[in-house]
Design a protein around this ligand. Structure first.
Ligand code: CP
Ligand code: NVA
Length: 314
């Protein structure tokens, strides 16, 4: 079964080089217009999709995507496994990767997907961790490219929890695409300095840039894309009150759109809380691309799986 090549994983946005990211996005655009153009999983071969946290979009898009690639999606929720009884991640990887051709996993710490990948014979895809949500940002980049016809040189501002998985993935994935990425967040919720440093280094090679600010006007002025996400991510339940208070001024409302570039588009990975991190008139208004963005999870992940399986010689 093994091709002898090292197995490629997608655990963080910068696991794809700029050229590889562009290749995946081109294939995603092709699959968006011809959904059954590629059948690398014909057989059917199986892809395991594991969840330690809730999901709607990731569950649907991986399930439908694997089926459309000719394969069988094996969706497993942690509650139905031995995870709660202490089965080691490495043993899960050894068992599952002998029977499937790829594993997608939504879990807590990034160390967990790294441990899964280290023990897996097949590609492992991060379907969201506390630190990164790279499949979402691939879909977001596809959405921006569909709207503007290009990525490099555009300015994307993320408003809200700058220490979140989405902010970190915009930094790495956006810099890889040559975007000017701005994180606009209260100082207590700024991104990891390691991730910012890595994004700065990538941006130095792609012509992008990275800017972190608490100043809303500075953050939003002339932005081509305004993006936000929930103020309280999964795993931080109980912190809603404190977070809402400090993040209130970062809500993506009409005032932010007013200072952004003309024709600015709006993203939210969903689920959304109207009246909190995003105004109803914005998410349901003409600038919003959120449902295109949600559909693009399907096309982007299918393209990613095609890429990883091809690299693995599957
Ligand atoms: N955006 C996203 O990942 O949604 P789910 O949590 O519903 O999968
Ligand atoms: N930042 C959010 C994303 C949900 C898709 C969370 O981790 O809960």
């Amino acid at each position: 079964m093994s091709s002898g090549r090292p197995v490629r994983h997608f655990l963080r946005d910068d696991d794809l080089s700029p050229a590889e990211q562009a290749q995946v996005l081109d294939l995603a655009a092709e699959l968006a217009t011809d959904r059954f153009a590629r059948q690398p999983l014909a057989g059917p071969q199986s892809v395991a999709v594991l969840f330690d946290k809730p999901s709607l979009r990731t569950r649907v898009s991986f399930s439908v995507g694997v089926a459309e690639l000719g394969g069988y999606p094996l969706v497993i929720d942690a509650g139905g496994t031995h995870a709660g009884r202490g089965e080691p991640v490495e043993d899960v990887a050894r068992v599952v990767s002998r029977q499937v051709v790829a594993i997608a996993w939504r879990t807590f710490g990034q160390d967990r997907v790294a441990a899964m990948a280290a023990a897996s014979r097949v590609p492992v895809v991060n379907a969201l961790t506390d630190q990164f949500h790279p499949c979402q940002v691939l879909a977001d980049l596809l959405t921006i490219k569909q709207a503007y016809g290009r990525l490099a040189g555009l300015t994307l501002t993320f408003l809200g929890d700058g220490s979140s998985n989405m902010a970190h993935s915009y930094l790495l994935g956006g810099a890889t695409a040559g975007l000017h990425v701005r994180i606009c967040a209260p100082e207590a919720y700024w991104p990891s300095t390691d991730v910012v440093a890595t994004a700065v280094s990538i941006a130095g090679r792609t012509g992008g840039s990275v800017h972190v600010t608490a100043d809303v006007k500075m953050g939003c002025t002339d932005a081509d894309v305004l993006a936000t996400d929930v103020w309280t991510s999964m795993g931080h339940e109980g912190q809603e009150g404190a977070r809402s208070e400090v993040m209130l001024q970062y809500s993506l409302d009409a005032g932010k759109l007013a200072v952004a570039s003309e024709g600015c588009r709006v993203l939210h990975c969903l689920p959304a809380h109207r009246g909190e991190e995003i105004a109803a008139e914005v998410i349901d208004g003409p600038a919003s691309l959120v449902f295109e963005q949600a559909e693009n999870r399907l096309h982007a992940q299918k393209a990613l799986l095609c890429f990883l399986l091809e690299q693995a010689g599957t």
